[in-house]
Design a protein around this ligand. Structure first.
Ligand code: ZN
Length: 279
């Protein structure tokens, strides 16, 4: 938590990375607080369109932009599909298109300084990335499938190859997500990680004890560490990666959790990780 602060703004409670902010980037991870959605009443659902009124979500997004003091900027989001697909926005036409219809994929990168990028989560890992030299920004949605597919690493590769970013200039902030304390997965998930990752043993634990391989099928996966390792592999210094270390299940009073609130049956809201250049 060292470099993150909770802050009240415009009736919303936001978790802000002080490091990103000090480097010139508007940023926030939202909580439940401050919206108009009935999930339950008065919550800030920023993404679950299928189980909430569009008008509520639009009002919640407007409040978020006001709280960030950038109500005039387009907020670009994604149709997230648990993939490793990265969508790039560089021209005004790209931005207009993405604003009308959210592109399909699980990361957005942009060189533009007149946008806000947002990623929607309720257990999956939200990552904000910023280039201190160029002002380029990115958001990443990394659940276990996207993590397995390498979404964080591919986002950094896209920034290197297409936006002229150097990993040494990048900062990453990892927001609230289901923690290794609570993220129980089946052994079939672990087996899939083993097929592509040599360091899988580091990522799993038994009965919530991190970093010990499980034996009895009750295995906990450390999504945050998996993504930190990917960002490091992609060239980010470990000291440039921050993690708020807040679990959406342990802190369910504050954050939405698809798993804990049984999203397969009940309507569960979505939080947003958002980033933009301060100008
Ligand atoms: Zn937990």
């Amino acid at each position: 938590m060292d470099h993150f602060n909770f802050r009240q703004a415009g009736g919303l409670e936001l978790l802000v990375s002080a490091t990103l902010e000090a480097s010139g980037f508007i940023n926030a991870f939202t909580t439940r607080q401050g919206g108009v959605s009935p999930l339950p009443a008065g919550t800030l659902n920023l993404g679950n369109f299928s189980q909430d009124d569009h008008l509520n979500i639009n009002e919640n997004r407007r409040r978020l932009k006001v709280a960030l003091d950038h109500n005039e900027r387009p907020l670009l989001t994604l149709q997230q599909i648990h993939s490793a697909d990265v969508h790039r926005v560089t021209t005004p036409e790209d931005a207009a298109r993405a604003s009308l219809e959210p592109p399909i994929g699980d990361a957005l990168v942009t060189s533009r300084r007149d946008l806000l990028l947002g990623v929607q989560t309720a257990d999956c890992l939200p990552i904000l990335i910023a280039d201190r030299r160029t002002g380029a920004t990115a958001v990443v949605h990394a659940g276990w499938r996207g993590t397995l597919a390498g979404i964080a690493r591919r986002t950094v590769e896209e920034m290197r190859e297409r936006l002229d970013s150097s990993p040494a200039d990048l900062l990453a902030a990892i927001g609230p997500a289901i923690g290794p304390c609570c993220f129980e997965v089946g052994y079939e998930v672990v087996e899939q990680f083993r097929t592509v990752w040599s360091h899988t043993a580091e990522l799993i634990s038994q009965s919530g004890q991190v970093h010990n391989p499980g034996q009895d099928g009750r295995v906990h996966l450390d999504l945050s560490l998996a993504n930190r390792l990917q960002l490091r592999e992609a060239g980010l210094p470990d000291t440039s990666i921050e993690d708020c270390n807040l679990c959406t299940i342990c802190h369910n009073h504050r954050f939405f959790s698809y798993r804990f609130e049984n999203g397969a049956v009940n309507p569960v809201g979505r939080m947003m990780g958002v980033i933009g250049w301060r100008e």
